[in-house]
Design a protein around this ligand. Structure first.
Ligand code: FAD
Length: 513
């Protein structure tokens, strides 16, 4: 059942066993797991079926992307353009690019402060498989040992010990790619009698239980001023990587809630992903890669079009340990038309000469490439509340997103590791003509928001535990990329769906469903 609160004459009093706050990819995936069962589920969604300006403006805030040396990019617009506030959430806009985190991302890496997840890649593997089913894509092999696509084995560099291929796949469960499939995802389960989706139901606060152990209810408000409340046995916050923190911070500020107080981690450790590249032009070196001995599988590495399965090269845990570097990837693309500029020919002929003792200028395949480097956990990279309020009276957010010296060191060491491995295998050469002082200004932010309600078993370190339960409330859970302790380089949605499916199993056990 779908109920639009704007069409109800009076205050809404909502009850359900599971109250899900936010109807994006995470909230919907959770609700779908319960469809047709005995326990009741309510999704409280801020927006309507379609995008509307008034709801979208609730996301407006201020932001800065800063780094070493004090350079700052103003990213105020990013708060509104990097997330969608209507039923289906950013799933309406996402590119569908899907990939699990690597085993290295889950490990506690002594050379990276605050690294380590309270679970391993192997622990999450069954849920990754289920998340792939939700997204209608093939399963990812646990350690990439098997070729993902027949006839196209992964590119092997030095036995893949330090640099390995990291396959990606594209889901079509996206409003941008296949609206019909996306509508089936968001509406296909809503006729089940135990499911209710409330539209234009903005959660604006939490009422705490008298003994302080958890929530008694959540407060709901519409943009035309109607108020209401929702009560459940458990509550799941699924409002996205920035908004999850905003709601909890606002509750702390308004009615003395204590979410994340023991760790002081709430809103901190914001991590995003940025793309680092310099456009390739005929007369100037861009970020480029020349593969001198391309295997037939190079096809796997070049995204000829969106939706084509493709892969990137990245550092393994062993590679990171050997070079003391971070998660790092290189994504390649074919040059549509190779203008054959002098620098490109220079890269190609140099690579050919070194790798193949061959002086021919066309001794390799040149690709444009871009790099992504892990944004390391940093408590000063954070979401805070500003003194401005939105149309519902909620404090707006300020995002202070940091790329510090450690991040840039990580990039430089990782790039160094990559070119050394590529060269020593005699497989190619890479070029990155971006000076360190220009790195932050060159970064293009992608729309991945992680870390602001980080997961850790210790309440003095994290905001939620390994079951995603808020350390400071017995009946409140948080799901989404805000719980990631570290961000790796993988696009986050597959992982946040895997965590959500794991949460669903946990809640079924808890509620005896
Ligand atoms: C242009 C674009 C391209 C992307 N491409 C990729 C990609 O290729 N691969 C990838 O992995 N990721 C990609 N992403 C990121 C991906 O979309 C997100 O990781 C994913 O959608 C997050 O899902 P979510 O449910 O956690 O959050 P959201 O999608 O943000 O959903 C949160 C929901 O909560 C609702 N909400 C917010 N506040 C409240 C409130 N107070 N009360 C009630 N409801 C509320 C919102 O309206 C929304 O529906 C992309 C994002 C964008 C914008």
């Amino acid at each position: 059942m779908i109920i639009d609160l704007l069409e109800l004459p009076a205050r809404a009093e909502i009850t359900a066993d599971v109250v899900i706050i936010g109807g994006g990819m995470a909230g919907i995936t959770l609700a779908r797991e319960w469809a047709g069962q005995e326990k009741t589920v309510a999704i409280l969604e801020s927006g309507g079926r379609d995008a509307d300006d008034a709801s979208q403006r609730l996301y407006a805030g201020t932001g800065a992307l800063g780094g070493e040396g004090g350079d700052v990019q103003n990213i105020d617009d990013y708060l509104v353009t990097s997330r969608a506030r209507f039923y289906g959430g950013s799933g309406h806009w996402w590119g569908g690019k899907s990939v699990p985190l690597d085993p290295a991302d889950f490990a506690a890496r002594p050379w990276i402060k605050d690294s380590g997840w309270p679970m391993t890649r192997a622990d999450l593997q069954p849920y990754y498989n289920r998340a792939c089913d939700v997204l209608s894509i093939p399963h990812f092999d646990k350690d990439y040992a098997e070729p993902q696509h027949e006839g196209r084995p992964p590119l092997d560099i030095n036995g893949s010990a330090h640099i390995t291929s990291l396959p990606r796949d594209h889901s079509e469960v996206s409003g941008r790619i296949d609206k019909a499939q996306f509508d089936e995802f968001r509406y296909g389960f809503t006729d089940e009698p135990n499911i209710s989706v409330y539209l234009h139901a903005n959660v604006v606060g939490f009422t705490l239980a008298d003994d302080g152990s958890g929530l008694r209810s959540v407060e709901v408000s519409t943009l035309d001023g109607k108020r209401g409340a929702a009560r459940g046995a458990v509550y799941v916050l699924a409002c996205g990587g920035i908004e999850n923190a905003r709601l909890l911070l606002a509750a702390n500020a308004r009615n003395g809630a204590q979410f994340g107080r023991r760790s002081d981690a709430l809103g901190r450790y914001f991590q995003g992903h940025t793309v680092i590249y310099k456009e390739t032009s005929a007369n100037e070196a861009g970020t480029e890669l020349c593969v001198t001995d391309p295997p037939e599988s190079l096809d796997l590495y070049v995204n000829r079009r969106l939706g084509h399965p493709h892969a990137v090269l990245g550092t393994t845990l062993e590679g990171q340990a050997a070079y003391r570097c971070t998660a790092f990837t290189v994504t390649m693309g074919l040059l549509d038309e190779d203008p054959g500029g002098s620098d490109r020919l220079a890269l190609r002929s140099t690579a050919a000469r070194i790798d193949r003792a061959d002086t021919e200028a066309d001794g390799g395949t040149t690709c444009w490439c871009y790099f992504m480097t892990e944004n390391l956990p940093n408590p000063e990279s954070r979401v805070t509340l500003s003194d401005q309020v939105d149309a519902l009276g909620m404090p707006r957010v300020h995002l202070d997103w940091q790329y510090g010296a450690d991040d840039l060191d990580g990039f430089e060491r990782s790039f160094d590791a990559f070119v050394r491995e590529l060269g020593s295998a005699g497989r190619g050469r890479a070029c990155s003509p971006i000076a360190r002082e220009d790195l932050v200004a060159t970064m293009q932010p992608s729309r991945h928001h992680m870390g602001t309600t980080r997961m850790h078993e210790d309440p003095t370190v994290g905001v939620v535990d390994a079951n995603l339960k808020c350390h400071d409330a017995d009946n409140l859970y948080v799901t989404g990329s805000s719980v990631f302790p570290t961000s790796g380089i993988a696009n986050p949605t597959l992982t946040l769906l895997a965590l959500t499916l794991r949460l669903s199993d946990h809640l079924k056990e808890r509620l005896g469903a």
